[in-house]
Design a protein around this ligand. Structure first.
Ligand code: UD1
Ligand code: CA
Length: 483
């Protein structure tokens, strides 16, 4: 299917969304990690419209700011008062003067709707030569929706739930709130709308009756995958749409060759990219613009937000944000990668390690219990258990560089700014404040002193003294036998 290319799309997104009970406008709530308005714009883009208008009203500064970030090309139309969907389209038309041809009208709160569906809708509109085509669906529970009144193969009218009589309420073909209109008809139809209905609003579906009165064709295109047409009016529906979209995203990736061990506890955002032969273990959440390459194994219990994972890496029980994990690298269990972390090829970040703005060269290892902040670690180096990269002096943050094939002993504190050169060693337990040259050993800790007879003098009568005496007796006897 290659057609489409419509004159304009109007996305209605000015409703108050009262039932969300939120300070955020409804269309900014996210489904699969993407705002509902972003889903609507993505679907609309599949029509390659000459113009795309978004009608905003309620909390419009927030929506406008959001749109400026990712869709600066859209035209903003302001609806001052939410007087109904007919009035929303009137506002939309005000930024689309002199447009003729097809105008698609859709809603900002229908996140599962696919661009492909809009293309089919437009194709049906063209095939039937209609003035209006309504996207309809047959649903198990039509409560709240506008009902489709058929007259043969035509749509005669759309009656809102609140205005419907008993017989009309039994109809389970509903209006999805998505339409194609001839532009001239839409302008005339919207101007003729009145508020003579239960809600005292200007109802966009009134344009259907307007078209029929003029003897124009109104086509109802039935969407069999009715879940795509379901909207979001409250948080319960938000959770339901989110769960359904996640199911669809998981099905898509499984079909592409991703193993999902437990679909019930795996969440993948809409903008994530996965290769074939990725394995996702239970409790994995892949968010934002995360990408995972072939052969990588993620989870269990792992959250990756805007993380790039290369081939065959393994990431176990980890929380990572804005980081890059190299091919064959190993991260976790219980690792925390903060923004700016880059784990080189075959490098390792082990248990209870927190990294921030840290670069590990190929094969470098930070295996246990370490804070690794503002660090650049060369290839093949090993950072001992319990090392702290002390990057903050209370005022500024500084960087520590560790060269290639160097070794930092356990329980060291590396006080930045600091450079440890290639092939250098740091003795365990050191607090290193001065640079260490290539091939040098830095020892920066108190000298050990063993005080003979201390327990006898200061801990007399204790089990320790007994044990020490027993050890001395054994030693003397053994010495005797050896003689
Ligand atoms: C609407 C349709 C109904 C359809 C249903 C599908 C009307 C009168 N009814 O009902 O037939 O079955 O959608 O979900 O059109 N909006 C504005 N400005 C307004 C009012 C609404 O921009 O003044 C926007 C909303 O933000 C939303 C969309 O229009 O994105 C739909 O509005 P909503 O109030 O949810 O309409 P429904 O009552 O669901
Ligand atoms: Ca709605």
């Amino acid at each position: 299917m290659t057609e489409a290319d419509v004159a304009a799309v109007i996305i209605m997104a000015a409703g108050a969304g009262t039932r969300m009970k939120s300070v955020r406008p409804k269309v900014l709530h996210e489904v699969a990690g993407r705002s509902m308005i972003a889903h609507a714009i993505k679907a609309a883009n599949a029509l390659a419209p000459d113009r795309l208008a978004v009608v905003i009203g309620h909390e419009r500064e927030q929506v406008q700011q959001h749109l400026a970030e990712f869709a600066p090309h859209v035209l903003i139309a302001v609806q001052e008062q939410p007087l109904g969907t007919g009035d929303a389209v009137r506002a939309g038309l005000s930024v689309l003067p002199d447009i003729s041809g097809e105008i698609v009208v859709t809603s900002g709160d229908v996140p599962l709707l696919k661009g492909e569906t809009l293309r089919r809708l437009v194709a049906s509109h063209r095939q039937t030569g209609s003035a209006v085509t309504v996207l309809t669906a047959v649903v198990p529970d039509a409560t709240g929706y506008g009902r489709i009144i058929r007259a043969g193969d035509q749509v005669a009218a759309i009656i809102e739930h609140r205005d419907a009589d008993q017989a009309q309420l039994e109809i389970n073909e509903i209006n999805s709130g998505i339409y194609v209109f001839d532009a001239d008809l839409l302008r005339a139809g919207v101007d003729a709308l009145t508020t003579a209905n239960a809600q005292g609003e200007l109802y966009l579906p009134g344009v259907v009756a307007f078209a029929r009165q003029r003897g124009l064709g109104v086509n109802g295109y039935v969407l069999t995958d009715y879940l795509q047409a379901e909207g979001v009016n409250d948080r319960i529906e938000l959770a339901a749409r989110n769960a359904e979209l996640n199911r669809r995203i998981l099905r898509h990736w499984m079909a592409e060759g991703v193993t999902v061990v437990d679909p019930k506890t795996t969440w993948i955002h809409a903008d994530v990219d996965l290769a074939a032969d990725v394995t996702l273990k239970p409790g994995t959440s892949l968010e934002g613009a995360t990408s995972v390459a072939s052969g990588a194994v993620i989870g269990p219990d792992t959250t990756l937000i805007d993380v790039e994972v290369a081939e065959n890496a393994e990431v176990v029980r980890t929380h990572a944000v804005l980081s890059v994990i190299g091919a064959g690298a190993s991260v976790g269990p219980f690792a925390y990668l903060r923004p700016g972390t880059q784990v080189g090829e075959r490098a390792k970040i082990g248990a209870f390690v927190e990294a921030k703005n840290a670069q590990l060269g190929a094969g470098a290892k930070v295996p246990h219990l370490t804070y690794c902040g503002d660090a650049i670690i060369g290839e093949g180096s090993n950072i001992g258990a319990g090392t702290i990269f002390a990057n903050y002096d209370g005022v500024t943050k500084s960087v520590t560089r560790v060269g290639a094939h160097s070794f930092v002993g356990s329980d060291s504190v590396l006080v930045a700014p600091l450079t440890i050169a290639d092939g250098a060693y740091v003795a365990a337990g050191s607090v290193v404040t001065r640079d260490v040259g290539a091939g040098e050993l830095a020892v920066a800790r108190g000298q050990q002193r063993n005080v003979a007879g201390w327990v006898d003098r200061r801990r007399s009568g204790t089990a320790a003294q007994e044990a020490a005496k027993e050890a001395a007796r054994t030693r003397d006897n053994t010495d005797g036998e050896n003689q």
